[in-house]
Every structure is written in C-alpha cells, then in structure tokens.
Design a protein around this ligand. Structure first.
Ligand code: ZN
Ligand code: ZN
Length: 397
C-alpha cells in the first residue's frame, strides 16, 4: 500500500478525533457538536468553511492555482437511534444513540485528508470537503443540494465512500452503474362500500378487490420488468375489516419496492397504479394511491468510476480492488448527489471485527449492529485515497 507519510504521522491525532466523535453520537440534523468540531479543526488548519447548509452541514474549501476545475469529497456525520453494547473506553456516552454505521470514521477520514491538503501545494483547482448531516433516513444530502450546495460550491464531480464490514482492510469494492438500491414505500387504499356480510349485493367489497390487486401486482416483476434487471415488490401488510359479519368500507395494501434503476422504478410505480385503479374501477370502487420515493438508487457514473478505480489500484494494488463488487439492497442518500453531479461511491473494507478494542459487544461487527465499531486502521487508507483522488483529478501542469 502506498499510504501518504504525513497522513501516517498524524494518525494518532485523527484516531483521537474519530473516537471522540464515536463517544458523542448525534442523530439526524442534530449534529451540532460534531459540526462544531469539524469546523474548528478545518479553521485550525487554515481552511475556509461554509456553514449552515442543511442546518449542521459544513463544507471546507481548499483552492490552489488557477484551474477552474473542482471536485467534492463527501462524508456523513450522523449516528443511529440505538443502544451501543460495547464497553470500551470510547463507547457512546449518550444512551440510545450510537455510531453504528461508521459515520464517525467517515468524518475522521475526510478530516485526515483535509489536514494533509491544507498543507499541500501539489494540485491545481478546488477541493470541496463536504461534511453532510442526516444520512440515516433524513436525506441530508438532498437538503444540502436544495439549499444550494452545488451553486455555492460549483464542482465537476463528487465522490463518496462507506466502510464495508466483511471486506478485508485495504480492499476496495466498487462497480459502475447501480450499486445500491432505491428504497420506496407504498400505501394503497381501496375505497369500497360497507354492507351486511349477508347482503353483499348492497355493498362494494374492498377485500375482494384488494386481493385481486395484490395478485395482479405480482405480474409486474414477472411479466413487465426486464428479467435481467433486479427488482423487488413486497406487499407486507393488508389491513381491512373488524367483524366476521361486516363487509368493510375500505382495505389498505402496504409494502416496499426496491430497484437499481429509476426506469424500472418508474415502470413498477406506473404499473402498480394502473392495475390498482383499473381493477377498482371494474368493481366501482375507488383508489387512493400513495407511492413515496425515499432514497433513489445509487448509480455510479462510468467515467468517474473508472477514474476512481485507477486511483484505488495505484494506492492499494490491483488485486485489492474489486471493480465488480456485488450490489446491495441497502440504500444511501449520496445517491442524490450522484443524480446532480457525476461521481462515484466506493466501499472500503472494514475487516471482520478483529480490530475491536477489549470490551466490545459479543455481536458481529456489522453495520447497524450494537457491537459494531469503525476500524481505525482505515483512517490512513481512506484519507490517502481522498488525497490521491484530489491530486489526480486536479493535476498541476
Ligand atoms: Zn447506516
Ligand atoms: Zn452509513
């Protein structure tokens, strides 16, 4: 591995920051202490900052030379509402809050890169260091964009990174195209007409209609979606009725849809609505159709992904970069940034959990597990990757 010497030299300092953030986790849009710590460090290293985007967002701006080229490097800062069971010295000091997704490490890795780049002169252009709030369900990335991130910080491309348990330390995983799924929820109400169960001819039975819709929906994945495209439609709840001798007024169908492409998602949503409305209409019932798109699919752009792969290969060696990593059904709000700008998101191996300090919980070191801890060995690897990426993207002529 070709890690950068200065980054190795201040490893202890960055590790102390990572453990401090781990001990003081903060939830979506409440990252006040974390954002203040980030801002303070950036200012200490002479980096101008922009504050207030999405509330607690912080952007560091490092400009060198005259090139108009710019890139963004993004880390997320928020923790999860869950109880940590680790007992080591940097365990969470806030009951019911925990850095169980490693965003403490993501923030620290970007700070490590910031510390290096604040001294570096060997690039020409602007690096935006984006510290984002509320990745865990809050859509902090979307809010930063809505509040003018890319107007205030015009950039040609944006890059993101997530630690990945199970992948060995020093290994990267990435792929072009869909790498993480979109997450979406639906709630469809069939409005019929209640009646005595012994006099069905006087009502419009929403239960029978809901069952027909549920069955017809299952043809969408099998008959409409391209078999080579992954997609899931799971109807997880059906609610209706309260008595054996009453035909109810309405029935609800609730569930989730996951896809890796917006086109497939558009297709599924429109087929679901058409089937629901036309089935209901055939039986003189009405439909209330709610389809909520949470995070979009995370789609890596081809050119930027190839670019990032070259940087990773140069850093850790070709054998340690899986350029066709298996996609995951998990979702990630960096997807919004990749909808607005070209870029690439990568997984960085967090190892198998052996790194955890004495006193860790007995559970696996998996994301969103109460025994999880970010692996500090990643700090110089992730920070070196960020620096190499910036140097390669903004070369001096
Ligand atoms: Zn997470
Ligand atoms: Zn995460």
């Amino acid at each position: 591995m070709k890690l950068l010497d200065p980054i190795l030299e201040f490893h202890q300092e960055i590790q102390a920051i990572r453990r401090d953030i781990h001990a003081h986790p903060e939830l979506c849009f409440e990252e006040f202490r974390t954002a203040e710590l980030v801002a303070k460090k950036l200012e200490e290293w002479g980096i101008p900052i922009i504050q207030g985007l999405a509330g607690t967002g912080v952007v560091g701006v490092i400009k060198r030379g005259n090139s108009p080229k710019a890139l963004g490097l993004r880390a997320d800062m928020d923790a999860l509402p869950m109880q940590e069971i680790n007992q080591f010295s940097h365990t969470s000091q806030s009951a019911g809050k925990m850095h169980a997704c490693g965003h403490d490490g993501h923030t620290a890795m970007l700070l490590g890169a910031a510390r290096y780049l604040s001294q570096a002169k060997d690039f020409d252009g602007t690096v935006y260091l984006i510290f984002q709030p509320a990745e865990e369900g809050g859509g902090g990335a979307r809010r930063m964009i809505e509040e003018g991130l890319f107007q205030q910080c015009p950039m040609d491309a944006v890059f993101g990174m997530h630690n990945w348990p199970g992948l060995a330390v020093g290994e990267f995983g990435v792929k072009t195209g869909g790498m993480m799924a979109s997450s979406n929820e639906f709630e469809v109400t069939v409005r019929g007409k209640g009646a005595h169960a012994a006099q069905p001819q006087k009502g419009i039975d929403p239960v029978m209609i809901a069952v027909q819709i549920a069955q017809s929906w299952q043809t969408i994945i099998s008959r409409n979606v391209n078999p080579l495209e992954p997609a899931v439609l799971s109807l997880t709840q059906i609610h209706s009725g309260s008595a054996t001798n009453v035909i109810p007024d309405d029935a609800k169908l609730i569930g989730t849809v996951r896809t890796f492409s917006t086109e497939v998602l558009d297709l599924i949503e429109s087929r679901m609505e058409k089937i629901a409305r036309s089935t209901a209409s055939a039986f003189d019932a009405e439909i209330e159709f709610e389809f909520k798109r949470n995070y979009p699919p995370l789609i890596n752009h081809e050119n930027e992904t190839q670019f990032a792969i070259e940087v990773m290969r140069d850093l850790v060696g070709k054998a340690r970069v899986d350029a066709e990593v298996e996609a995951t059904m998990g979702a990630e709000d960096f997807a919004y940034m990749l909808q607005a700008k070209p870029g690439c998101y990568v997984f960085l191996g967090n190892g198998d959990g052996q790194h955890r300090s004495f006193g860790h919980g007995l559970g696996p070191c998996n994301l969103h597990n109460p025994s999880y801890d970010f692996n500090d060995d990643l700090l110089p690897i992730g920070a070196s990757y960020w620096v190499r990426l910036a140097q390669a993207y903004l070369p001096c002529n």
